[in-house]
Write a protein that binds this ligand. Structure first.
Ligand code: SF4
Ligand code: SF4
Length: 228
């Protein structure tokens, strides 16, 4: 697959997602903003292949030294994830289909076992280092009250996520997904992007690789190295 076409698709995908979310949330009180990042801890980065491709593209635009820095962060994050998923007893093999992922078990790994583990893309200033290329799940994680998010992060066993935050997100998600999927399906077919890029879900460190000599991120697709 031509990487320029994939990149075009990934950009259109982000643009459409932002436009639809902003339309759906118009008039809704949303407290999210720069520096607020309680939701960027304990994330389990099971992402669509096109999202990993877009993140790799973002990382490869940085200086080699910064790329190596992110490779180190991803490696550490991946190691913690492997340890905790083993402890919980749930580690699917990439790629999987969305319907085959056990979101409850992923919630246990992320929200409980890895609650204090930051996303590898969270900066020390608590901002997202890949903001423009962040996955859809991050764009949809919105809430009306930072205090509730803080309390949820401090004490996940209060189940504020399940009882307050998630229903807010779910309300946006059920309106977002049908529109987004319809629009993207048309764009995907028009551009000739294979369905697997949208449907296959992979764990980030299963698929995103780093070449320590050339200092570039790549993914392996159809037995070939693809450098986004
Ligand atoms: S979802 Fe919560 S923690 Fe995340 S940015 Fe919004 S208010 Fe902050
Ligand atoms: S990719 Fe960015 S927005 Fe998403 S969890 Fe990581 S730091 Fe947060």
């Amino acid at each position: 697959m031509e990487k320029d076409v994939l990149l075009r698709y990934a950009r259109l995908r982000s643009g459409r997602a932002d436009a639809i979310i902003s339309r759906i949330t118009e008039g809704k009180s949303v407290a999210c903003g720069k520096g607020c990042a309680y939701c960027c801890y304990g994330v389990t980065l099971w992402l669509r292949k096109i999202e990993v491709f877009f993140l790799a593209h973002s990382l490869n635009r940085r200086k080699p030294r910064d790329r190596a820095y992110f490779a180190g962060k991803l490696r550490r994050y991946g190691n913690i994830y492997e340890r905790e998923s083993e402890r919980v007893g749930y580690r699917p093999k990439s790629p999987v289909k969305e319907e085959d992922l056990d979101t409850e078990k992923l919630g246990i790994i992320g929200g409980l076992a890895m609650n204090e583990v930051p996303c590898p893309f969270l900066s020390e200033e608590r901002t997202c280092e890949v903001y423009g290329e962040r996955p859809i799940m991050c764009r949809l994680t919105l809430f009306s009250d930072r205090e509730v998010c803080r309390k949820d992060w401090e004490n996940p066993l209060a189940f504020l996520w399940r009882n307050e935050i998630y229903p807010f997100i779910e309300d946006i998600k059920v309106r977002f997904l049908p529109v987004f999927r319809r629009e993207m399906e048309k764009i995907r077919v028009d551009l000739g992007v294979p369905e697997s890029w949208e449907k296959d879900i992979v764990f980030i460190t299963d698929w995103l690789r780093f070449d320590p000599v050339k200092k570039v991120f790549y993914i392996r697709e159809d037995g070939k190295r693809l450098v986004p």
